[in-house]
Design a protein around this ligand. Structure first.
Ligand code: SF4
Length: 346
């Protein structure tokens, strides 16, 4: 049977299931494109449960496009602290500035216009246009790819762009009038029922009668994910510097990974005791004691950091770093997850 023949019954089944089973989520209360946009950007790479608190805080602080367009970067990054992928937050602001200027603060109303904004790709444009305006365009993420691959028992690699393109084109041909409910239903089905790891809950799935992977016993093999991500591996020695009740952080470079965020002072490589002493000397710090403060392995999209921490008690502060009381620094500065793991050692 052709893929489209299998897929043509999906909209009716998914929309009905979604309307009866959807979760109450804060961004679903009103079909406000701004709220949907913020939630969709936050939900990239992050689970719904983890996003909830961030979303409420962000919307409370920046409830409109204008507020986002005018927010200063420090505050924006602080609101984003812990979510990772900080360029997403910067792109939100850039896009908000364009919406403010070009559309008088009203989110554009079509997929094509949304796609022109920084940080909004095909998936996000499709999600906003379909959920807020019921524009019949697909929104294809990993959950959707998994469900569709299983329904048609496709052995194509879902990590390849051409597979995504092919499924997007097929979904485009079956989009119903209730485009928002269909897209949200597909995503939610992938998240709650057609699970990526372990057994999916096929007995609760509205697609169980048409799903070829289920019929042919291929669920464990689909979706196929072959493309491997090669990450660069880097080592870091991190210094948790303490001078009486004050600790030290510094601002990162204005470009590159984690740009403009704050971090504990650190150097590349795993240093020997001698090298540590030399670094502290170069920083003009009189050392009282040095003790190990654990390790942390942090994975970014293209690089992995193997980090080893040292807690160093010093006699004096220097003018190289920002020194302050812990509480004050945590409240004021955005410290990314890679470093916040060492916070508990302070
Ligand atoms: S029947 Fe099972 S494998 Fe098929 S789409 Fe539903 S949950 Fe996924």
């Amino acid at each position: 049977m052709q893929d489209l023949d299998l897929m043509k019954n999906m909209p009716k089944l998914i929309v009905k299931w979604y309307q009866q089973n959807k979760r109450e989520l804060p961004w679903r209360k009103e079909k406000n494109p701004y709220d949907i946009w913020i939630s969709e950007i936050m939900l990239q790479q992050t689970r719904i449960e983890a996003v909830m608190g961030y979303y409420e805080r962000f919307l409370k602080s920046l409830p409109t496009v204008k507020d986002l367009a005018e927010v200063n970067e420090e505050k924006l990054l602080k609101l984003w602290e812990g979510l990772g992928y900080y360029n997403r937050a910067r792109n939100l602001k850039k896009a908000a500035q364009i919406v403010q200027e070009k559309y008088d603060g009203n989110m554009p109303k079509s997929y094509e216009e949304l796609l022109e904004l920084p940080g909004i790709g095909e998936y996000t444009a499709g999600a906003i246009a379909s959920i807020a305006y019921d524009e019949p365009v697909p929104a294809v993420d990993g959950n959707v790819l998994r469900v569709v691959s299983r329904v048609v028992a496709s052995k194509k690699d879902v990590l390849e762009a051409k597979t995504k393109k092919e499924f997007t084109e097929k979904l485009q041909k079956i989009m119903p009038k209730q485009a928002g409910d269909f897209n949200e239903g597909l995503m939610e089905l992938g998240e709650r029922i057609c699970l990526p790891n372990g057994e999916p809950f096929c007995d609760k799935c509205p697609l169980q009668e048409i799903c070829l992977a289920k019929k042919e016993g291929l669920i464990a093999e689909i979706p196929v994910r072959n493309a491997k991500i090669k990450r660069k591996k880097e080592q870091k020695t991190v210094f948790l510097l303490e001078c009486e009740s004050k600790i030290a952080i510094r601002k990162r470079e204005s470009t590159g990974l984690l740009a403009n965020l704050y971090e504990f002072p650190n150097v590349d490589g795993k240093l020997t005791k001698k090298e540590i002493e030399k670094v502290l000397q170069d920083w003009k710090l009189q050392v009282k004691s040095v003790e190990k403060a654990g390790t942390h392995h942090h994975i970014f999209s293209h690089v992995e950091w193997d980090m080893v921490g040292f807690k160093v008690s010093v006699e004096n502060v220097n003018d190289k770093f920002i020194w302050g009381e812990q509480q004050e620094l945590w409240e004021k500065y955005a410290i990314p997850g890679a470093f916040s793991k060492f916070r508990e050692k302070m």
